[in-house]
Ligand binder design. Sequence first.
Ligand code: BV8
Length: 239
Amino acid sequence: MTKTYKNIVILTGAGISAESGLATFRSSDGLWNNHRVEDVATIEAFYRNPNVVHDFYNSMRPEMQQVKPNAAHTAITKLQQFYPADISVVTQNVDILHEKAGNKNVFHIHGQINQIVCLNCGNVFETWNDVSAQDVCPQCHKKGYLKPNIVFFGENLLYMNHVDSLLQSCDLFISIGTSGVVYPAAGFVQTAKFFGAESYEFNMEKTSNNILFDHHIYGPAGTTFPKFVENLLSHSDIG
Ligand code: BV8
């Protein structure tokens, strides 16, 4: 790999946070924190029983507030600091480990655990505290309209216009720690390739859409991705 890339998109999933101690979604038992994703991460479930969904995310906030980024996250920061390219992070994760590691240009397409949106006035505010369907919006002061600012199944993703332009202009697409099951994120590699990008997949194992990637690097991302970054930096014509 001697080419110097100009625009890099890094798509991340729950696997990049695994070595920081956070559960992934589709590990062996298929349950996620003892819940079926479809029971808590769907817009229908939220409207059916908002407090069940609020309680689910309330239970996740304390751990997500405490966890620390791992070597894969800090390798992204190093790449952004020293590699001569525009580098964006498009994450499916709702944790803020990318931000804690100092990553820039981070886009949470599935939302963020520490954000709440008011379905009445659209206000998005941050909190690590518990939230319930009975709480009042701090902006419009209406009660009963607060929802975790998380994209549930059946909802459109956030930042999609910007992500589309990133995918159409990138020459390197890197996927780290995602099973390639959830769309449209699982299709991003196809768009990037269509517009000429080279693609790498970092995972522990073959994924659902692995055939779409040019290169596969298997192993824990906390080990494999920092090595990849060192390799990129040693081959780039910096300065
Ligand atoms: C939408 C919020 C338009 C909750 C999430 C039929 C076919 C195709 C698509 C669909 C379909 N039916 C419905 C759809 C659309 C649906 C979808 O894709 N469903 C799937 C299940 C088939 N998608 C949607 O609804 C999306 N919206 O399409 O809008 C629309 C509008 C109206 C009506 C219809 C459609 C919304 C998708 C977002 C849903 N919200 N999360 C929350 O996060 O709390 S998705 C959820 O899955 C998380 O966001 C998560 O990030 C995401 C993907 O999971 P992964 O991150 O990949 O995690 P996973 O555990 O699966 O994998 C971890 C990987 O890491 C593994 O491969 C593992 O091997 C690896 N790993 C582990 N440790 C390590 C590691 N790798 C490296 N190192 C390690 N140490």
